[in-house]
Design a protein around this ligand. Structure first.
Ligand SMILES: [Zn+2]
Ligand SMILES: [Zn+2]
Length: 383
């Protein structure tokens, strides 16, 4: 049973090529998967595309008019094949969205243009960077105008050929120069290079095919991100002129400073102040790490100022990996600045037991350097 290709496009059997093309474009704009992801719409889009493929090909259309079906296997042999040069479907889908230029370099540019990418910034705490987070952010971009689904026209009105350039999209002028006459062309100022104008523009978008709108979108930020990284959300950017395909949206991470930890790649650094006596006798300190919560750090007896205690694997996760960096606790030994009489006496007694401890001058750089913070401290203390 031959399919009703005319009915699918909603045109009569005597429809002109122009009418068929117009009917197809109108349907393609409504049904294209980019616009309408609904399953029945997609099935219908395939039907409509097939019908257009058949009816836009004079050879295939003749078969239909004779009561046959050129898309039945075998029947298309004489019509140039299914996907051969005769297949105008893809190019015309492109045309339906990108205007009439069909990708040629010269002539009017399409009224429909791809949209621009857009960039947003979002502030994340160090904890959010460490664990990942789902954020709702408000974006303000151009979206497809629902009044005209991108065509820019009001109701059933159609664009007309531009009178200034006659549809060419550019205007030419001849200038005299020392080289002789030079022909220059520039985009037509009336239609801005499109070659057609819209006499009755859509009331919602004024003919642009898109409108600005605020909407909330959900961004999944993976664990391990850091400041300056960008998360790409495909096709969430600006819709283009004429309802052209949306650009991408990039969300850039701004990492907020943490009050305890300083980040260095996947490692975290912090400073722990240890009283002089605890450093000498040894102790344990509880550190509230970002991901693992309270974790004990052992301060060995005889710990020196500027030494670093490392908690392996307690730092930031590497992006898209289970590997984690380390926590470097820089130990600062605190000397009491004031002693009461009894404490003074006790320390004096202690000193009497350590009569070989003397201040001495050593050469700069003789001690072990102990990482980021202690090097700085060393620079200040002159050790
Ligand atoms: Zn023009
Ligand atoms: Zn509109």
């Amino acid at each position: 049973m031959a399919r009703d290709y005319y009915g699918t496009l909603g045109v009569g059997p005597k429809a002109s090529d122009q009418e068929i093309k117009r009917a197809y474009r109108k349907l393609a704009r409504e049904l294209h998967p980019d616009v309408n992801p609904d399953e029945t719409a997609q099935a219908r889009f395939r039907e409509v595309s097939t019908a257009y493929e058949v009816l836009s090909d004079p050879e295939k259309r003749r078969i239909v008019d004779l009561g046959g079906d050129p898309m039945e296997s075998g029947a298309s042999a004489g019509a140039g094949g299914f996907s051969g040069a005769g297949f105008g479907g893809l190019g015309d889908v492109f045309e339906a969205f990108f205007g009439g230029s069909g990708g040629t370099a010269r002539g009017p540019r399409g009224r429909v243009q791809p949209g621009a990418d857009s960039l947003l910034r979002t502030k994340l705490t160090l904890a959010e960077c460490a664990t990942g987070v789902t954020k709702t952010i408000t974006v303000d971009t151009a979206i497809l105008c629902d009044g005209c689904t991108g065509s820019g026209t009001h109701g059933d009105s159609q664009p007309v050929r531009c009178e200034t350039c006659g549809g060419a999209g550019e205007v030419q002028s001849v200038q005299r120069s020392f080289l002789g006459q030079v022909m220059t062309s520039r985009p037509c100022p009336t239609c801005r290079g499109v070659g057609e104008t819209i006499p009755d523009p859509c009331h919602k978008c004024g003919g642009d095919g898109r409108v600005r709108a605020r909407r909330d979108i959900t961004v999944k930020v993976p664990a391990g991100v850091s400041g300056g990284m960008r998360i790409r959300l495909a096709a969430q950017g600006e819709v283009g002129p004429g309802g052209g395909p949306a650009g991408d949206l990039y969300v850039e991470v701004i990492e907020q400073p943490h009050e305890v930890f300083v980040r260095d790649g996947d490692d975290l650094h912090c400073t722990i102040r240890v009283p002089m006596v605890d450093a000498a006798l040894g102790t344990t300190v509880t550190l509230d790490t970002i991901i693992d919560g309270p974790t004990e750090i052992t301060v060995d007896p005889g710990t020196q100022p500027g030494s670093v205690s490392v908690l392996r694997g307690h730092g930031m996760p590497k992006l898209r990996s289970t590997v984690r960096g380390d926590v470097h606790a820089h130990l600062e030994v605190v000397i009491p600045s004031r002693l009461d009489g009894k404490q003074s006496k006790l320390l004096q007694e202690f000193k009497n037991h350590r009569d070989r401890d003397q201040a001495e001058v050593v050469s700069t750089g003789s001690q072990n350097s102990g990482g980021l913070f202690s090097r700085l401290r060393d620079a200040f203390s002159g050790r």
